[in-house]
Design a protein around this ligand. Structure first.
Ligand SMILES: Nc1nc2c(ncn2[C@@H]2O[C@H](COP(=O)(O)OP(=O)(O)O)[C@@H](O)[C@H]2O)c(=O)[nH]1
Ligand SMILES: [Mg+2]
Length: 243
């Protein structure tokens, strides 16, 4: 898939302020500084579209960008930045959780993890939260240029091992580097495939409803990796927010 146009659409503080559910959305989430905005710019093919900052906690809004006038990339506020005032932090968390669980046109989430680090508890908990809440996601290990390939593979293997304790089926895993400009083609492929499913489902729903019915034709098609039964970890704390 080629990107012929990439434009800023809107910033919203919360789900209620997110306009227009008509286009499929692909959202980037992960710890502050993991490389969400950088990756969004690489995928969009436009440096400076989303603001990249060396200061963690910079993105405080849900920032939406329209690609090819037909779908959107969404830059979500990062989690895990301790220096944000507690009250602000709670507000972002609720807004992000609400967006992830209740945005009807959210097609797929890219959950970003830093490939240069061993598994971090906060990322593991966040990914588990996504699965528990049936949010469709793939894992993207970022910043592969920072360490050698063996370390990247070891960190990914350790992360996969940890989530296999509770995950029914491992999520798809990708790697990327915004510095080496690696990973764009693969992620655009995922977006293309998810969008084709989404449109196929939307047309099935459209065929089933009378033309004047007031129906929102929105069914995220991708499957969340899901969690094993309650026995797998002994707990089932659905909708507990880890960050
Ligand atoms: N080495 C390296 N640095 C990166 C990469 N992606 C982002 N960064 C840097 O990491 C910092 C945070 O990036 P940003 O995209 O703003 O992260 P966000 O907070 O998750 O949106 C910035 O200083 C980026 O230049 C990458 O692939 N490799
Ligand atoms: Mg950012």
């Amino acid at each position: 898939m080629d990107i012929s146009s990439a434009t800023f659409f809107r910033s919203a503080p919360d789900l209620d302020s997110c306009p227009d559910e008509s286009l499929p959305e692909f959202a980037f989430i992960g710890r502050s500084n993991v490389g969400k905005s950088s990756l969004l710019n690489i995928i969009a093919g436009q440096q400076g579209l989303a603001r990249v900052s060396a200061t963690p906690g910079f993105t405080k809004l849900i920032n939406m960008f329209t690609m090819n006038k037909t779908w959107r990339l969404v830059d979500l506020p990062g989690y895990g930045w301790a220096h944000v005032a507690r009250q602000d932090k709670a507000k972002f968390n609720a807004a992000v959780a609400n967006y992830l669980c209740n945005r009807p046109n959210l097609c797929l989430v890219f959950a970003l993890v830093d490939s240069s680090l061993p598994p971090q508890e906060m990322d593991l908990e966040f990914v588990e939260w996504l699965a528990e809440n049936s949010v469709p996601f793939v894992l993207v290990f970022t910043k592969t240029d920072k360490v050698n390939a063996i370390t990247v593979q070891a960190n990914i293997a350790a992360f996969s091992e940890r989530i296999s304790d509770w995950c029914e089926k491992l999520p798809e895993i990708f790697t990327c580097s915004s510095v080496a400009k690696h990973g764009r083609r693969e992620l655009l492929g995922v977006i293309g495939a998810a969008m084709a499913d989404y449109q196929a489902q939307a047309s099935v729903v459209a065929d089933d409803v009378s033309p004047d019915a007031m129906v929102r034709i929105v069914t995220p098609p991708a499957k969340s990796p899901g969690v094993k039964g309650p026995d797998s970890r002994g707990t089932q704390a659905k909708s507990r927010r880890p960050w």
